[in-house]
Design a binder for this molecule. Sequence first.
Ligand SMILES: [Zn+2]
Length: 208
Amino acid sequence: MVRINEEIRKEYTIKPPPSHLIFEYGRDSMEEYMEKHGYAMESSYARRSEETKERVEAIKREGLDFYIKEEAMEKILRHCYEQALKGRESMGFLVGDVRKWNDVYAVVYDIATASLEASSVYVRFHREAFEELFDALDEIEYEYVLLGWYHSHLGYSSFMSSIDMETQRTYFTQPYHAALVVDPITREMKAFRIINEECVEIPYAIFR
Ligand SMILES: [Zn+2]
């Protein structure tokens, strides 16, 4: 059984970060990305996100250190979208590698999911769900690093609720651990970390 809190990384792979970025936070629109990939939900309550340019600029200044491989992104969006069609939220783990070039950065290569009991307003983050996810992790055959988790919100936008923050604080304590919140209805995806006890939105990029 894998235990996140005991996961210790002694050495980072030294490698430059991915250069072929097909999506960059602040430069590209997630709404358009989802639409292009066939994940545009037709919904009477679909609405545009109300991001201000100033806020996006502030997030970009955090420095990009969170990269998601296109195939992993596809799996996340498909999972969130398919569950959303059933009126359910979804949740899974982000797995990949932590590397170092000028700074330490995380690269998501794959996800681990499990059949979770989910409703339209919350995903159960109880022990059983996490045990099931850890089992799913064991089935991934390469040497992975757990990089965080993703889950979806259905139409109430991407943010970290108090339960989400509690989950992050309890299970994802490494500085590179992130939380992705996808809203397939408002077509948003945001990434967060807990930095100095505070929940901070961070920029991300998708690469090929
Ligand atoms: Zn949430």
